[in-house]
Every structure is written in structure tokens, then in C-alpha cells.
Design a protein around this ligand. Structure first.
Ligand SMILES: [Zn+2]
Length: 286
């Protein structure tokens, strides 16, 4: 049965309970990751998964609360490998290829690290003791900038994308949908309520939707444009007819007791399906 591991259910504001966005999905015997926000690599391990288990990573957009752990994930996955793993495939909107090159490429921010590990006898010994065979290969990642439409299909699942409305024209944003024999899951990423995401989510078994805050509050303080609040998340889920709505990207105000219970009540009034207010390291079956 497919399941989603909630690694990051928060926002750019760090709190002890939530920080940034990151999710892992078990489907068809493979592991996929969506976004790679703060401490995603460490939280992945806390959830019982290994970086080397992940062969696919999808970015919704390139705000730091969704991608800042990417260098850590890339270096850790490569460092923990023994050279027989699949090449990591990374998909995301504009800048995905550029950011990858700036991390690992010649002259990239972490070139010094992997060159030292490839070249120094101590690092070579650690690699051989782990099961690797010399010479050690430099990290290699297949990163691709993608837009709306089909993104990747494997034997057991396929991923497609739709435009999300967030902070254009500064950054492109995508929502993703996975379909497989075990069911369908949608990640809205950061978006305001919009038809393209509703269409993508039509009839899905589960939708993980941004829920930035209490609708009245975010409207009153001018933070409703480019974001989804409680009403927006509920309305999109209801209109798309999704079976389970998982509220993520939860702002620190909404996460407090009081506002949380009111927010869940507001969502329940507008949406008929099952509601999950996501905690980090929660694992949700389809
Ligand atoms: Zn964002």
C-alpha cells in the first residue's frame, strides 16, 4: 500500500514542531521525494528511510523552505553510496538544472567536498570499507527543468504537473500528481486556489495542500494572495472531489491550539472528505 511520510509540514518560520516542506512517498516498491526543505535529509532518516533509497526528487518551486536541504541531500546520498545505486533523477521548474550545477558542478559551491572525498586516501578507505570499489566516481545527477504536463513514468507510477500560482514572475511553481495502481496523490506546493490545481487533483485519493493560516486572518493582514488558507484548501479539495485532504505548509499561528481547532472546524464545514492536520514524521497510508 502506498504511503506518504511527512518530513516537513511548516513554513520558512522555524518552530520546534514544523519547518519547511518535504515529503517522501512509497509507491510501487520505489521511494520518491517531493521538495527538500530544511533538514529534509535528517528527517528522512528519522522516518526510517535512507537517502540512497530515493531515486526521484521533484521540486514544486525554489523558495528555500522547499529546497535548502538539496545540497545536503545530494552530498549525503552520494557519500553514503557504494557506486551501484541508480542515478538520482531530479525534476522541477526553471532553475532546477542551474541550482544542481551550482552545487555539484565544476566551480560549484561543494566541488571541494566531493573532490577531497574522491582523492584523499582516508575517504577512499571509508568508501572501500562501506563496500565501494575504487576509483570512486564523482557525483552524477540527472536534473531537468520541467513544466506542466507528464513529467516521468515508471512501470508502477507516473507523475504529472500543473501550474500553481504563487510568486510569479519571480519563481515558477508546479503542483504534482502521482498515479499508480495503489491510488493517486497530489502535492499542491505553494499556490493560491486556482483551476489548474483543482483540475490536476480531480478525484485524487489524497491531496497535500498548503494551509498558510486562518482564512480571515490572512485576508486581514494581506497574506492571502499567492497562498492557500483554511477556506482555500477546503474549497479546492471539495471542488476536486479528493477523498483525503492533508493540510501542510502550516503557519505558526494556525499551529497553535485554539486557531488549529477553529481552522479544522472551518475546513470541515466546506469539505466532506477526511482531514489530516499534518505533523512532521507522520506516515499516512493512501
Ligand atoms: Zn513558496
Amino acid at each position: 500500500m502506498a504511503r506518504v511520510h511527512i518530513l516537513g509540514a511548516g513554513t520558512p518560520t522555524p518552530t520546534p514542531e514544523r519547518f519547511g516542506s518535504a515529503f517522501a512517498v512509497d509507491i510501487g516498491g520505489e521511494q520518491l521525494m517531493f521538495d527538500c526543505g530544511p533538514a529534509a535529509t535528517w528527517k528522512l532518516v528519522k522516518a526510517g528511510l535512507k537517502p540512497t533509497d530515493i531515486d526521484y526528487l521533484f521540486f514544486t518551486h525554489h523558495h528555500f523552505d522547499h529546497d535548502v536541504d538539496y545540497p545536503c541531500f545530494l552530498l549525503c546520498r552520494w557519500d553514503q553510496s557504494v557506486g551501484r545505486e541508480h542515478e538520482l533523477q531530479v525534476y522541477g521548474p526553471t532553475l532546477t538544472e542551474t541550482i544542481t550545477r551550482r552545487i555539484l558542478g565544476e566551480g560549484g559551491a561543494f566541488e571541494h567536498d566531493w573532490k577531497a572525498r574522491v582523492g584523499h586516501p582516508l575517504s577512499q578507505r571509508v568508501y572501500v570499507n562501506r563496500g565501494g570499489t575504487l576509483p570512486r566516481k564523482p557525483p552524477s545527477v540527472r536534473a531537468r527543468d520541467v513544466g506542466p504536463g507528464p513529467v516521468h513514468a515508471s512501470r508502477e507510477w507516473r507523475v504529472s504537473a500543473a501550474p500553481a500560482e504563487h510568486v510569479q514572475p519571480y519563481l515558477d511553481s508546479l503542483a504534482y500528481r502521482i498515479d499508480g495502481a495503489e491510488g493517486s496523490i497530489v502535492f499542491t506546493g505553494d499556490t493560491q486556489p486556482c483551476d489548474s490545481v483543482v483540475e490536476l487533483a480531480r478525484g485524487a485519493d489524497m491531496m497535500l495542500c498548503m494551509c498558510w493560516g486562518d482564512e480571515d486572518r490572512i485576508r486581514a493582514i494581506g497574506e492571502a494572495e499567492g497562498t492557500c488558507g483554511t477556506h482555500g484548501a477546503a474549497r479546492m479539495a471539495q471542488e476536486a472531489g479528493v477523498k483525503k485532504l492533508v493540510l501542510v505548509h502550516i503557519g505558526p499561528e494556525l499551529a497553535r491550539h485554539g486557531p488549529m481547532e477553529k481552522g479544522i472546524g472551518d475546513v470541515r464545514r466546506l469539505y466532506d472528505g477526511e482531514i489530516v492536520f499534518a505533523d512532521e514524521l507522520m506516515s499516512i497510508r493512501l
